[in-house]
Design a protein around this ligand. Structure first.
Ligand code: GLN
Length: 309
């Protein structure tokens, strides 16, 4: 069983760590360059107290694109499927996560899915709340409910560093505003988006969020339904079709587990009706996915036969 075989996990993380040398930490957000290229950590959470960990598990990191799954859940809970998907699509793009091209060539110019930056910015603009602070607080509260850890916050340095350099994301916003997809003040929207991306946690927290999504949105301990069943299903589907950016097809073949990555090097994986996995390995491949993290998931999937296909 994946949940009680610490020896296998230790061996797998040691083997996967060798791949960090072939990747590189993200540098387009200056604060992310400070990460340690060689590090790798993992937590496998199976509910209750059952959590197995390996690697530098005390390290914390920012969610970056993994937050897109969480904000999508929140806006679906706020507004329902019909409204949300009238403003953002459901199709993979095959393009890099920050590409603008499909916004221009696709009619109507609504973003193709919520896992690319354009779609995620549109999703963030739908978070309910009277003020920007209310919206951020609701999002943080939701993260606290998912992880059971009330001290989780965003990293101010990382948020500021991204806000000051996010001109590509600004362009996406202005393009969408011109086409009526969003109506927000762009600077305010970016402020919220960069704080959302800078929410900071450790692998165990990430594995717990992955576990709730894996288990139909339920905290199996308390039986609390944190995310409605149908929305948890939608999240896992997007994780499979778009979760690893334009490497999602290959990842589905090689690993076959719903997962979402972020440029900080995090990966959250959800085995339907099974464990949640949180990985941190900041050395990225050319598509922006944790290079050693993906190898580790590939080994886990092969060893425990975890592919859903
Ligand atoms: N905050 C990052 C950005 O918008 C998130 C991207 C990512 O993790 N792929 O560029």
């Amino acid at each position: 069983m994946i949940c009680n075989d610490q020896g296998t996990l230790n061996e797998m993380i040691e083997a996967a760590k060798n791949y960090t040398q072939f990747g590189k930490v993200a540098d387009y957000i200056p604060a992310l360059q400070l990460a340690n290229n060689d590090t790798l950590s993992v937590a496998v959470y199976g509910g209750g107290k059952s959590c197995m960990k390996a690697g530098n598990i005390e390290e914390t990191f920012t969610l970056q694109s993994i937050s897109k799954v969480i904000t999508l859940a929140l806006v679906l809970m706020d507004h329902g499927e019909e409204y949300v998907f009238s403003r953002v699509g459901m199709e993979p793009t095959g393009d890099p996560f920050n590409s603008i091209i499909k916004l221009e060539t696709h009619t109507p110019s609504k973003p193709l899915n919520p896992m690319i930056n354009a779609g995620a910015l549109a999703v963030t603009s739908m978070i309910s709340g009277r003020t920007a602070r209310d919206k951020l607080d609701r999002l943080l509260q939701f993260v606290h409910d998912l992880t059971g850890r009330k001290t989780i916050n965003f990293n101010e340095n990382v948020a500021k560093s991204e806000f000051e350099t996010a001109d590509l994301n600004r362009s996406l916003c202005y393009f969408m505003k011109q086409h009526g997809v969003i109506h927000d003040n762009v600077e305010e929207l970016l402020d919220l988006y960069t704080k959302q991306c800078a929410i900071e946690m450790n692998c165990e927290d990430l594995a717990k969020m992955g576990y709730i999504i894996a288990n139909e949105g339920q905290d199996t301990e308390t039986k609390q339904q944190i995310i409605p069943h149908d929305i948890a299903r939608i999240l896992k589907t997007f994780m499979i079709t778009c979760g690893m950016y334009n490497a999602s097809g290959e990842f589905a073949i090689r690993v076959g587990i719903p997962a979402k990555s972020g440029v900080s090097g995090g990966i959250m994986a959800s085995i339907p009706h099974g464990v949640g996995i949180g990985i941190y390995g900041p050395a990225l491949d050319d598509k922006g996915n944790s290079i050693a993290g993906m190898k580790l998931l590939e080994s886990l999937s092969a060893h425990y036969d975890l592919s859903i296909f």
